[in-house]
Design a protein around this ligand. Structure first.
Ligand SMILES: *Cc1c(COP(=O)(O)O)cnc(C)c1O
Length: 488
């Protein structure tokens, strides 16, 4: 045997399966400007104007770059009020990739959640799911229901290396069914690649077992298919027996045992706006087509322009291509692994759509009441113009019965990666900025909430920094905002 055959195989890069045809110039800011901007924004990164952001990792929602083919599709928009040809193309694309019979377009994911919740949930009902999602839970509550978390315990432990932290705990689900009765459970909401758990997948085996259990009790299962393609990629990587299945095959199998889905096309599907409700049941689909007219638009556009439906139909086809999804998740893993190797506490394993910093561990001195994740996201912006977002106590809101702040097990800062937008060099800038903050956590002070909106408060809440017992008001900035940074 020659010597060379003993060498380990050369690692293959996740490098992008596309090249850049057009660029968007970014506005570079000084630290002074960023200090002013975050103060004006009430220390909430959601309230920063995008012109003041260098690298925007607020969300992967609607922030993807469309391909030249999608842009060409925009020119084929058929803006007929009824029966647009783009609708039929979209219907065909969804049927082919996801497999459901009826497709009702909506302006985005929450439009579909609204329709499903209004149609299926009655006052006093309980809707189990694998960890909550903000808009999903809110629509369930508005319809008179209560959300019940039945995700496995590992999902709440940022350091657990469980490969499928999105899985449903079948014992918890059985117990809930016995407790409240199957007739009080209109459906189970099954989220793929669970967002709030850090983009963590469900296994195909668990999805099937969950559907079996629910269907035995005549409980429907509706998928939150927002990141089902990313989930399919993890199944191929991690689930025994699935290595040789194609991404489209796995996606079809995920959907096949469920009764329909809500979809925010702004994530997996590579478009800036759009969504749909998909259903197999004829009668329920009729009702949904009836209701969509009230809230979204006619059932052949549901709040989307014809051109947007065309871009979505093309985007769905591109989203299930193996080269695309490997590079997408490869870029997220690149960022996550560099942070892990440098000792930054992040949720493990690295999720599909972003890297989630464990802010409670990053800033162990800050009490939870001072919202460490909110404070860290603000500090990261001031450090380098990188915009992240809080996913912790601010996002979790208040208990609907007691009115008290909910302090979830996970207090996270989410670095969400838009699809096909940033380069490896951008990821390196993000890594350097976080390492800088990690080396001097004492410069980061907590915040207190000074304005709290009633619904989904994380979007518009405002904060003031807290230094010890002294709360600095108005234009005053805490020491970390003004201290000269060591490296830039
Ligand atoms: C984004 C999202 C939604 C809501 O979709 P919108 O398009 O933002 O209305 C629902 N579920 C999950 C898991 C999401 O990430």
């Amino acid at each position: 045997m020659s010597e060379s055959t003993n060498h380990p195989p050369i690692a293959r890069s996740w490098a992008e399966p596309y090249k850049i045809k057009m660029v968007e110039l970014l506005h570079m800011t000084t630290r002074d400007q960023r200090e002013r901007a975050i103060t004006e924004a009430g220390f909430n990164t959601f309230l920063l104007p995008s012109k003041d952001i260098y690298i925007d990792l607020l969300t992967d929602s609607g922030t993807s770059a469309m391909s030249d083919r999608q842009w060409a599709g925009m020119m084929l928009g058929d803006e007929a009020y009824a029966g647009s040809r783009n609708f039929f193309h979209l219907e065909e694309a969804v049927r082919q990739a996801y497999g459901y019979r009826h497709i009702i377009p909506t302006h985005q994911g929450r439009g579909a959640e609204h329709l499903l919740s209004q149609l299926c949930i009655h006052s006093g009902d309980v809707v189990p799911g694998n960890m909550y999602f903000t808009t999903t839970k809110h629509h369930q509550e508005l319809a008179g229901g209560r959300f019940a978390d039945v995700i496995i315990d590992e999902a709440h432990d940022s350091q657990s290396d469980h490969p499928f932290k999105g899985n449903i705990d079948l014992d918890k689900l059985s117990r809930l069914i016995n407790e409240v009765g199957a007739d009080k459970i209109p459906y189970l909401s099954l989220e793929t690649n669970v967002n709030m758990a850090g983009g963590q997948p469900c296994s195909l085996e668990n999805i099937r077992a969950t559907c079996d259990l629910c269907h035995q009790h005549s409980i429907a299962v509706f998928l939150d298919a927002t990141r089902a393609v990313e989930n399919a990629f993890f199944i191929k990587q991690r689930e025994r027996g699935c290595e040789n299945l194609s991404i489209p095959d796995i996606l079809s199998q995920i959907c096949a045992c469920t009764d329909g889905c809500t979809m925010s096309a702004k994530k997996d599907s590579l478009v800036n706006i759009g969504g749909f409700l998909a259903l197999n049941d004829d009668e329920l689909a009729d009702k949904a087509r009836n209701l969509v007219v009230v809230y979204e638009g006619l059932h052949t556009y549901g709040g989307m322009a014809g051109r947007d439906m065309e871009a979505l139909a093309i985007g769905i086809g591109e989203s299930v291509q193996e080269d695309h999804i490997r590079a997408r998740i490869g870029q997220v893993e690149y960022l996550g692994e560099k942070l892990i190797n440098a000792g930054v506490p992040v949720v493990r394993p690295i999720g599909g759509h972003g890297v989630f910093i464990d802010a409670a561990r990053f800033l162990p001195e800050l009490p939870r009441e001072q919202f460490p994740a909110q404070a860290l996201a603000a500090a990261l912006y001031v450090e380098s113009g990188v915009r992240a977002m809080e996913r912790g106590a601010v996002s979790a809101g208040r208990d609907t019965e007691t009115g008290k702040n909910i302090f979830p097990a996970l207090e996270l800062v989410r670095l969400t990666i838009p699809r096909r937008v940033y380069t490896q060099a951008h990821m390196d800038v993000v890594i350097e900025s976080i390492l800088q903050l990690h080396s001097e956590p004492e410069r980061i002070v907590g915040v207190e909430m000074t304005y709290e909106p009633k619904y989904l408060r994380f979007f518009q809440a405002r904060f003031n920094p807290v230094v010890g017992d002294v709360v600095l008001r108005g234009s005053a900035t805490p020491e970390y905002m003004t201290a000269a940074p060591t490296s830039r």
